[in-house]
Design a binder for this molecule. Sequence first.
Ligand code: HEC
Length: 150
Amino acid sequence: MTSVVLPLSLGQPPLACRSQALLGALAAALCLALSGAAVAADTSAPEQLKRWTAEAKAPGNADKGQAFFNAKHGGEWSCASCHGTPPTTEGKHANTGKTIAPLAPAFNAKAFTEEAKVDKWFRRNCKDVLNRECTAAEKADVMAYLINLK
Ligand code: HEC
């Protein structure tokens, strides 16, 4: 019986990625994106609060954020419908029943660590709840509320 030896050992990034020092920053970034396994944290909840506070030109207000989070804005769902209230434990998708990791950053180390993910879900969820995108001020309020949950 012949044994087949696989040329690649599992868990190792492709060779090209291992010699990324030779490839330059762009290729290194591509390798990181393709390997997918470890997506580096590129932001944090406080960074996101700062970003929208700057855009809104006003500090986030946690009380307003809480009210916003729990309100149905004329539609079927509130943010709390899927994320729970307060969102310090696992949420449950109102449609699919799928489990959602806690949204409050003190209860979920991964929450708000990827800017692209933050943007994607704010866009999508605001459209689902409000039928429009959230304003920078609304996002700053929600961030202030979430960061305050301890
Ligand atoms: C229909 C269900 C649903 C509703 C309603 C909903 N969300 Fe979400 N939300 C999700 C799911 C699913 C995710 C992705 C969770 C994951 O992959 O970790 C998510 C993720 C997010 C994220 C990204 C968190 C991160 O770690 O970067 C933010 C921000 C967010 N939601 C905010 C809101 C806000 C604000 C509202 C109300 C306007 C809202 N969501 C309403 C289902 C929902």
